[in-house]
Design a protein around this ligand. Sequence first.
Ligand code: PLP
Length: 435
Amino acid sequence: NTPLSEADPEIAQIIEHEKYRQFAELELIASENFTSQAVMEANGSALTNKYSEGLPGARYYGGNEYIDQLESLCQKRALEAFKLDPKEWGVNVQPYSGSTANFAALTALLQPFDRLMGLDLPSGGHLTHGYQTDKKKISSSSIYFQSMPYRVDSETGIIDYDRLEENALLFRPQLLICGASAYPRDFDYPRLRKIADNHSAYLLCDMAHISGLVAAGEQESPFKFCDIVTTTTHKTLRGPRAGLIFFRKREGEDRKTSLEARVNQAVFPSCQGGPHNNTIAGIAVALKQAASPEFVQYAKQVRANTQALAKTLTGHGYRLSSGGSDNHLILWDLKPQGLTGSKIEKICEFANITLNKNSVCGDKSAVTPGGVRIGTSALTSRGFKEEDFVQVGEFLHRIVEIADEVQKASGSKLLKDFLAAAKGNEKIAQLQKDV
Ligand code: PLP
C-alpha cells in the first residue's frame, strides 16, 4: 500500500506536471473535458482488478456478484440519461473507447465488404466512419468495408444532403453513419432516415461530441431516428474515457438475430475481452451526474459560451465555417488571413492556449488544414461564462495578429521558418502572462 509518490516518484511527477498543465492552460480542445473527482475515484478503484467477460448474470468468471450490480446499474442510468424506454432501447456499456464502440457496431451490422457511407474526415467526420484517402484505406472501417464518404458543401460548410442522396442511389449503402468530430451544426435526422430507408440501410449516429448536449436536451435526440447510437463518454458527457452502444429493440423480434444479440456478441467476444469495470463505474457516476438539473444548466452554458466566442471572433471580421455554431464547437477558417491551422495551433501552445488545427470547408488538402477547431465544454466545466469567452476571443485575436507578424518576419510560408521566427517573440511572452 505504498503511495504512488513513494512507489514511483517518476510517474507521480509526470502526473503532477500534467495536472498543473491542465490547470494553467486554456483548454479549448473540443473533444476534451474535465471529469469530476467522483468519476476519477471510481475510475481509479479496486474494480480494475476484476475479470468479468460476458454480461450481467452470464459471466465466464466467478466472483461477479458486485460487478453484475455495477454493470446493470450503469445500463439503467445510460437509458435514463437519454430518456429511453427499456422496452425500446438497450445498451452495451463495455466498449473501451469510441473507436472500438464504432468498430463493434459495424461488426454487428455488416458483413465484410458491405457498403457504408459516413461524413468524410476533412468534412468533420471521424476516422472510424469509413475514412480513406485517394491513395490509401486508412481506418479499419474502410479496410474491411467499402466506404463512400459524403461531404459538406465547400461554400456553406453544411452537409450536402442532395449530393449524399444522389451518391447513395449509385452506391446503395447498407449503413449510413451520421455524427462528427468537427461539425458545428445539428444533423437533419429526418432526411438521413429517409435516405437510409430508400436503401433499406441502417442509420447509425455517432453522437460522441454532442452526447452531453443531447442528454441535457440541448441538441436534437438522434434516438427517434436511428437504429444504433454510439458515443464516447468523455467529451461533452464529461465521464471517463470509454464508449457506449445503444441498440433499438423491436417487439416480437427473434432474440438470436436481434440488434441486441448482434451488438453484445460483437463487443464480446468479437472485438473485445474483459470489460474495464473501473471505467464502467466511472461511466455510471458520470451518467448519474448527466441526469441532474446542474448538468442541464452546464449544457446550456456550453452553448451560450460558444455563441459568445463566435460573436467575438466574427466581430473582429473572422470567418467561421457554416457561419456559426449550434453546439459546443466552432471551426475557424484562417485562410482569409493567409495563415494555416498549424501556425495558429503553435502560437496558441506557446501562449498556454490548447486547441487543434482542423480542416475547414474549402480546404484544398487535409494535410495543411486551413483552420482550427475550438470547443467550449472543458472551460465551461471550470466555470467560464459568456464574458470569459469574450476574453478568450480577444486572446485568440491577439494570437492571429502575432502569427501574422511572425509570418511576415520569417519571410516564408514554411512552418519551420515560422517557428524559428516565433522564438523569443515578446508579444507571445506577454500573452502567455495575460493568459
Ligand atoms: N467518434 C467521434 C465522433 C469522435 O470524435 C471520436 C474521437 O474524437 C471517436 C469516435 C473516437 O473516440 P476514442 O478516441 O475514444 O476512440
